[in-house]
Ligand binder design. Structure first.
Ligand code: UDP
Length: 462
């Protein structure tokens, strides 16, 4: 970048607008920090409760907050459908007001990076004369499936296996659950399909993945929108890939309070590669019987385990389980942890995960083998890739009652930590870690794409 361009960068002001759930806030905040580290001014706008315990600056990203009514004491329980509609109205007004606030200052907003599930934001960007970039928080494979449905090439419900360009054959248990069980969450199905409804009105498409991870499907997707498709992941702070970029530290926006001290000092006392880290992310909820089987599987596997059980799930644990395993030093149960620190700790030997896209990307970028226990939404497709495409983990078998039994959990843990298959899995995971590092390193595919994104902004300023 020459001097003139870098001056232009400093004049670019990007407004980042995620849908307020943890799995969307995290990658979009990290992307914001990456842009800020390249001299752009970045403002991330989010509802008040998301940022309640954060300073107005996260790294060098300004955090703007607005009310969506949820922070109020006793805010009413609301369906996703109704919230999504309300969020559209509040979101459009918020974006317009922010653009207005900065116009006439020396840092007017000239780009809106919006969550792909908020495609109406492309119209707002266009109307206000901004560059509009849609940020996709799922894998390219999952995006491709949704795109095929949205464009009418795959009809709903998808009930048998499908063969789509750039993807392995997907059985119904590998497909994103919303396109198979269409009656379960009609509002969420509409939301995920809407991601491809306003592509003509969108200038750039940003995907949180990297080229070598999803080469075949990227090849196909890239041909659909050649000038717009940019892979920019993995987005987490570069310090976790042995680099330190100023302003890129892990100051997060946590919806739950991490128990950092307890987790890290507990891990510090464990042998390298011995710990099973188990977590189901910010939304998934397991049934009582499943929680019990999981608890017994972890306890009897013979390996120390760190298990994140959110406060709303704690009542499903067997009585006194957390106290007993902690006293016997078999395990530690916490309500939330600093996952990036945990996954990058040398004591962690495998990750028993719900296979959310961020968790999957984080684990494979750190070279941590996975036990995939998908629950819903895109997790099933991620699990398929983990086991069969990248071969960096195993997927649990579900019994005829729909339960993953304690013996199956023990078996998977042992297979990864001690079995022959585990050796190959660990070696594949180590290779993917190198590819992830390469992608975000200076001149790597994702780094170059971030530069292209910036060049687009700069060219529109000239
Ligand atoms: N996470 C965390 N602490 C935890 C559990 C999860 O910081 O105890 C973070 C994790 O690093 C990831 C995000 O929360 O970035 C979860 O996103 P994912 O897509 O994996 O799952 P979701 O919550 O959307 O189902």
């Amino acid at each position: 970048m020459d001097k003139e361009e870098s001056g232009m960068c400093r004049r670019s002001h990007v407004l980042v607008f995620p849908f307020p759930v943890q799995g969307h806030i995290n990658p979009m905040l990290q992307f914001s920090k990456r842009l800020a580290s390249k001299s752009l001014k970045v403002t991330l706008s989010t509802p008040i409760y998301v940022a309640k315990s954060s300073p107005p600056l996260v790294g060098s990203v300004s955090v703007h907050t607005f009310s969506d009514g949820r922070e109020e004491e006793g805010a009413k329980e609301e369906s996703y459908d109704s919230y999504i509609e309300r969020f559209k109205v509040i979101g459009s007004k918020t974006i317009a007001a922010l653009v207005e606030k900065y116009s006439g200052t020396n840092s007017p907003i000239n780009c809106i990076v919006f969550d792909s599930v908020l495609p109406w934001a492309a119209d707002v960007a266009r109307r206000l004369g901004m560059v509009g970039a849609s940020f996709y928080t799922q894998s390219l494979a999952v995006n491709a499936v949704y795109f095929h449905v949205q464009s009418g090439k795959l009809s709903l419900p998808v009930s048998s296996h499908v063969s789509l360009p750039g993807l392995p054959v997907l059985e119904s248990h590998d497909l994103p659950s919303f396109v198979v069980h269409t009656e379960s969450y009609p509002g969420l199905l509409k939301l995920v399909l809407s991601q491809f409804s306003n592509l003509d009105g969108t200038d750039l498409l940003l995907f949180n993945t990297f080229d070598k991870l999803e080469e075949e499907v990227l090849d196909w997707m890239g041909k659909q929108w050649p000038a717009k498709t940019l892979t920019i992941g993995p987005t987490f702070p570069s310090m976790y890939l042995d680099k330190r970029v100023e302003g890129d530290e892990d100051y997060g926006l946590h919806l739950f309070k991490p128990d950092t001290g307890t987790c890290m000092s507990w891990l510090d006392k464990k042998e390298a590669g011995s710990v099973v880290y188990a977590s189901f992310g910010s939304l998934a909820s397991l049934g009582d019987e499943q929680m019990n089987e999981l608890a017994m599987g972890l306890k009897t596997s013979g390996n120390p385990f760190l298990w994140v059980v959110r406060a709303t799930e704690e009542n499903k644990l067997p009585s006194k389980f957390a106290e007993e395993v902690s006293a016997s030093e078999e395990g530690l149960v916490v309500t939330w942890c600093p996952q990036l620190d945990v996954l990058s700790h040398k004591a962690v030997g495998c990750f028993l995960t719900h296979s959310g896209w961020n968790s999957t990307l984080e684990a494979l970028s750190f070279g941590v083998p996975m036990i995939a226990m998908p629950q819903w939404t895109d997790q099933t497709t991620n699990a398929k890739y983990v086991e069969e495409v990248w071969k960096v983990g195993v997927r649990v078998h579900v019994d005829e009652k729909g339960i993953i039994g304690r013996d199956e959990i023990k078996h998977c843990i042992n297979e990864i930590l001690e079995g022959e298959r585990g050796k190959e899995i660990k070696s594949n995971a180590a290779k993917l870690r190198e590819f992830a590092k390469e992608a975000v390193d200076e001149g790597g595919s994702s780094d170059k794409n971030i530069e292209k994104f910036i060049e687009t902004l700069v060219s529109k300023l000239q």
